[in-house]
Design a protein around this ligand. Structure first.
Ligand code: NAD
Length: 498
């Protein structure tokens, strides 16, 4: 059995803990590797290594950092297919989707290649006679990233390229469910010329996460994952005096107005609900059909859901792969059943799907549940599977109220041909990322990514300008260069500009 180790100080490291966790192939249901689970001593070794590397990396020139980032960008780009296949084998998503994930991560690397521009400070000449004021930003130290299974390369890339470009060093704790791709990323950083110890990977579970949260030499923690853990990370990290940003779960609604082009809207809804088997934080899991849109929409979406080709991620004909683990599959199946028991109608039922040749894979087919109401578990829970709930509303105002009553506020979308309705929607919803006739409104890397309410704890969104701000702190210098002969003695009043 292959063992996936940590990466500390520019090379693989077995660590001292003997705990491991199985890594599955979701398409076959077989265990394909085991991953080492770091203990407190292993995390300490990684953080100390990163702290030592910070001494020199934080002093590296912007030119050196930019060259390293450009080299890393080229290597990731050249190895996209290999990275995508590693992701597909452990996550289950289809390779074309995994390639898209690599591409979106790469866009953050490209953003970080512009770090000399992003770190420019401000300068005010002659704020008082003979006095200038200027500001610049400095790195924080060792930054930690704790990331979810669903985007094993893109979500870490929301963090480490920006943190490293800003002059920090980094310890990544990826999901233990699909850990391998982080090891290749570490190799590519090394090949790009990043000094040893600047980027480190520790695998693990709660024990490793707690060790990072409590380590005095970790300056900042970025987290992406489910809401209960996000809340915990933010509280415990902040209590330990660290900067903390923690992105949580989601329940993304798409509102379909009667004037929306039905074919267009249903195509996009199906892709947004079932792409990556619904295991995206920006997946659409609730379709809010307004007024007369409902019946035709359910019919169109159901027909398209039945046509989705479900199969192993490595099969180029597959449009949707399996669920990440059998436990996640069983939970999704249970939630679909609860919808039926609580009075909803299964327009398309994906339970019991069997993929020929992959009978033991963790598959669930696309599922459409009609007549869903706010009290049902399928509406209240983040299902994180290929399940689309259809809720009916009488007006745009009712749809907006429904969205605003939901505890999550990650993403939402509206389908309409009315600019007036779209504008009312974009101004009315308490949600961080909004799509207008765009179902998965993931901002480009030069904007920042983040939700509202229970979808984000902390006040900074991730990557983009807010990422640069999160991974740096400001210094403001007030400077005077007096002529020695003009010294005028001590003055004890509070300094004011003259
Ligand atoms: P998760 O919360 O189970 O795990 C995320 C990370 O936290 C992993 O590294 C895991 O090892 C660690 N972890 C798990 N339990 C822990 C505990 N008790 N204490 C400390 N650390 C713990 O999430 P997941 O299942 O890997 O990913 C899916 C979730 O992530 C969904 O809720 C999804 O919405 C969310 N997500 C959100 C965004 C976003 O941008 N808001 C993006 C991607 C995923």
């Amino acid at each position: 059995m292959r063992t996936i180790t940590h990466w500390i100080g520019g090379k693989p490291a077995s660590g001292t803990s003997t705990r491991t966790s199985p890594v599955w192939n979701p398409a076959t249901g077989a265990q394909q590797a085991e991953v080492a689970l770091a203990g407190v001593a292993d995390v300490d070794a990684a953080v100390r290594t990163a702290a030592a590397a910070f001494e020199t990396w934080s002093q590296s020139s912007l030119s050196q950092r930019t060259k390293t980032l450009f080299a890393f960008r080229e290597l990731v780009n050249a190895r996209t297919q290999e990275l995508a296949e590693i992701i597909s084998d452990e996550h289950g998503k289809v390779v074309s989707d995994a390639r898209g994930e690599v591409q979106r991560g790469l866009e953050v690397v490209e953003f970080a290649c512009g770090i000399p521009t992003l770190l420019k400070g401000e300068y005010s000449d002659q704020v008082s006679t003979g006095v200038d004021v200027f500001s610049f930003r400095e790195p924080l130290g060792v930054c930690a990233g704790i990331t979810p299974f669903n985007f094993p390369i893109m979500v870490p890339m929301w963090m480490h390229p920006v943190a490293i470009a800003c002059g920090n060093t980094f310890v990544l704790k990826p999901s233990e469910r699909d850990p391998s791709v982080s090891m290749l990323v570490a190799e590519l950083w090394a090949e790009a010329g990043l000094p040893d110890g600047v980027f480190n990977v520790v695998h693990g579970d709660k024990e490793a996460v707690d060790a990072l949260l409590d380590h005095p030499e970790v300056a900042a923690v970025s987290f992406v994952g489910s809401t209960p853990i996000a809340r915990y990370i933010h509280e415990r990290g902040s209590a330990g005096g660290k900067r903390a940003q923690a992105l949580g779960g989601a329940k993304n609604h798409a509102v379909i107005l009667p004037d929306a082009p039905l074919d267009y809207a249903s195509d996009h809804l199906v892709a947004a609900a079932f792409g990556s088997a619904g295991e995206r934080c920006m997946a659409i899991s609730a379709a809010v059909a307004v007024g007369s849109a409902a019946d035709d929409l359910v019919a169109a979406v159901s027909e398209k859901a039945r046509a989705v080709k479900v199969g192993p991620g490595r099969d180029p004909d597959s449009e949707m792969g399996p669920i990440v683990t059998s436990a996640a599959r069983d939970r999704i199946v249970g939630l679909i059943g609860s919808g039926e028991q609580q009075g909803a109608t299964l327009a398309v039922d994906g339970r019991g799907l069997s993929v020929p040749g992959h009978e033991n894979g963790f598959f669930v087919g696309p599922t459409v549940i009609d007549g869903v109401t706010m009290g049902m578990d399928v509406y209240r829970e983040e299902i994180f599977g290929p399940v689309l709930s259809v809720v009916r509303a009488d007006s745009v105002a009712e749809a907006i109220a429904l969205i605003n009553a939901n505890p999550f506020g990650n993403g939402t979308a509206v389908f309409t041909s009315s600019g007036e309705a779209a504008r009312r929607f974009q101004r009315g919803v308490n949600v961080g990322m909004i799509g207008i006739n765009v179902p998965i409104p993931v901002p480009m890397a030069y904007y920042s990514f983040g939700g509202w309410k229970d979808s984000l704890f902390g006040d900074k969104h991730i990557h983009g300008p807010e990422g640069v701000s999160f991974y740096t702190r400001a210094k403001v210098v007030t400077s005077r260069w007096p002529r020695v002969e003009s010294a005028s003695g001590s003055s004890f009043h509070f300094p004011t500009a003259v």
